[in-house]
Each structure stands twice: as structure tokens, then as C-alpha cells.
Design a binder for this molecule. Structure first.
Ligand SMILES: [Zn+2]
Length: 327
């Protein structure tokens, strides 16, 4: 199954309605209107909860994955321990920012046989059962957050949960599920519109004063500032909100690989090439407990590094020079 998990609402935002009616502000927003996803009223938008939700999204996901195994076992009439003898729940997820700056997750979730993708799932492991279990686990998943100025935060997923059956063979051939594969799958199939954007900056902030000079929307700036301000609190130290303010509180991982993936059409070609490469070589599954972030562009540099230049030169000698000593 391919599932998308969203954040709950933190206040009304400008949107484009599919029924042709205007946004709550009275306007009909154009598809690339910068106002989309930004709050109707920034002064009442819950920036604190928005940033803290991002900061707890990883934990919420882990809770969901624990519950999912439980819900699958329950539907199969097995204990969680016995489930391992019959089936295995595999998944990989990637994160993406919605225009409003909330992280959402895309995940491919698969039921395999007991020893993973190369064993067939038991007959009871249907798409319907898995969908039902995903919905139950997502609804139950909840994380107790901090108490800030007397307010207790609790984090759950938003009600907009989208679960679809994957009809292609992309994830049914025993291939190991990796974040790279999911990213490639999304780039290949997901239709992306105006709800997706890069909310985050490409590097950590060093000083709050930097924020004023950055060319970002007021909404993004306010999210970053909220993370920075909350980051001063001793009780929130573990969330490392200052180090992750540029990611709007989410401790995601934008590796050199993830920048190859984007949901823009222009990058589809790269993603497809990467997808083919990922299938051709053994997957190097990430060992770290972080999440690939999509649609997050980082300037990586131009040309080759010294090492790459050396490697390139030694792998591809000019014709006629092979084996000859170099001057
Ligand atoms: Zn509007």
C-alpha cells in the first residue's frame, strides 16, 4: 500500500477548492499563488503547535509502526509474537513539506511472508486487511508532547489519511523497501500540485539575526522564528529546535541522495535514472534513524571534488594512455 500521513490543522489557511468555490478569504487563488497554504490570520495560527508537531513527527511515526504490527496481528487472529512466524510488515517512508510548513509522510507499506520480500505473504494478508490496519493504527497513534506555559501538547496525525493499493510490480518482487525506492516511486507516480513546497532552508541558522535577511515567506520566517524561540527552553533541549529551526523543527535528513528526488516535473528524469540504478545495484539501506526529505533543494556545488576528479581520471583513461607511465 502507498499511504500518505498528514499533520492536523493549526489554523485556517488559504486554499484552492476543487468545487470551484472561493477560498475563505473570498479570492480564487491561482495554482502558483504564494498565499496558498499560508494562514488566513497569522496572529491566530498555532505556530507553536505547528513547529512542535514537526519536532515530534518522527516519534509519532514510530508509534504508528508499532501499532500497525499490533493491528495486523489482531486482524489475522495472531499474537504479535506469532505474527513473525507468518508475515512481516515492511515499510519505508519519506517526508515532504506541505505549503503550510507541516511535514507529511509518504510510505510504502507491504505485507511479506515470514522471511521478508522473497517469501509470499499468507493468504489472509490482503490489501483490505492492511488498509484497515493502517487506518486503525494511524488513528490510535498519539504522542504526549511537552507542557508549555500550562498548555499540554499531544500530537496525532491529521484526519486526511490517504491509503492506496500499489498496482504496479514496483514493490512486489521481493525488493527490499528503502527510502530511496519510495522517493523514486513518488517521483514516478504521485501527482503533485500546489500543496507541496519547500518550507525549509538549506542550512542551519547560526544567529536569529540571519532570519531577517533570508528571502523566504513571512509564514516560513515565522515558523523558523518559533522554532528558534522555543529552542531556548531548557525543557525542550532534547528536540534541538535551534539546530533544526531551518527545517521548521523536523529532524529530517536531506542527504546528498535526497536532493536528486523532487516532485517537480523537471526532476522526474533524474529520479527515474536513480530508480533504475537503485534496482541494478544492491540497495544500501540507510542505517541511521532519519528520514529522507523530498523537495528540499541544496546547492551541492559544481564540477568534481578533488577526489572525484582523481577517481574519474583513474577510471577513464584517455585512449592510448592505458598502462603508459604518466610524465
Ligand atoms: Zn485565500
Amino acid at each position: 500500500m502507498f499511504a500518505t500521513f498528514t499533520a492536523p490543522g493549526f489554523g485556517p489557511v488559504h486554499n484552492r477548492r476543487t468545487d470551484g468555490r472561493p477560498c475563505r478569504c473570498g479570492d480564487h487563488h491561482d495554482q502558483d499563488d504564494e498565499a496558498l497554504g499560508t494562514p488566513l490570520n497569522p496572529d491566530t495560527y498555532d505556530y507553536e503547535a505547528a513547529v512542535l508537531w514537526n519536532a515530534h513527527a518522527g516519534q509519532l511515526w514510530r508509534r504508528f509502526s508499532t501499532y500497525l504490527r499490533r493491528e495486523v496481528a489482531k486482524r489475522a487472529g495472531l499474537s504479535q509474537r506469532r505474527l513473525r512466524d507468518h508475515a512481516r510488515v515492511s515499510f519505508a517512508k519519506v517526508a515532504e513539506y506541505q505549503k503550510r510548513g507541516a511535514v507529511h509522510f509518504h510510505a510504502v507499506i507491504r505485507l511479506d511472508g515470514p522471511s521478508g520480500g522473497d517469501t509470499p505473504p499468507p493468504p489472509w494478508a490482503t490489501a483490505e486487511l492492511l488498509t484497515d490496519a493502517i487506518e486503525a493504527a494511524a488513528t490510535k497513534a498519539s504522542v504526549d508532547g511537552p507542557v508549555i506555559d500550562g498548555r499540554t501538547h499531544t500530537f496525532t496525525f491529521g484526519r486526511q489519511l490517504d491509503v492506496r493499493t500499489i498496482r504496479s510490480a514496483d514493490f512486489n518482487d521481493g525488493q527490499e523497501l528503502t527510502e530511496r525506492a519510495v522517493a523514486a516511486y513518488i517521483a514516478k507516480y504521485a501527482t503533485k500540485g500546489a500543496e507541496t513546497a519547500t518550507g525549509a532552508l538549506d542550512r542551519p541558522l547560526k544567529f536569529a539575526a540571519e532570519l531577517a535577511q533570508l528571502d523566504i515567506s513571512d509564514h516560513s520566517r515565522r515558523l523558523v522564528r518559533t522554532a528558534w524561540t522555543l529552542g531556548a527552553r531548557k525543557s525542550l533541549e532534547h528536540l534541538r529546535l535551534r539546530a533544526w529551526a531551518h527545517m521548521l523543527g523536523f529532524r529530517g535528513h536531506f542527504s546528498t541522495k535526497s536532493r536528486r528526488y523532487s516532485t517537480t516535473l523537471g526532476a522526474l528524469r533524474n529520479a527515474r535514472a536513480e530508480w533504475r540504478r537503485a534496482q541494478a545495484v544492491p540497495a544500501n539501506a540507510p542505517t541511521t534513524n532519519t528520514t529522507y526529505v523530498l523537495a528540499h533543494w541544496v546547492f551541492a556545488g559544481t564540477g568534481l571534488s578533488d577526489t572525484e576528479a582523481w577517481l574519474s581520471a583513474s577510471l577513464d583513461p584517455a585512449p592510448g594512455t592505458e598502462g603508459e607511465p604518466t610524465a
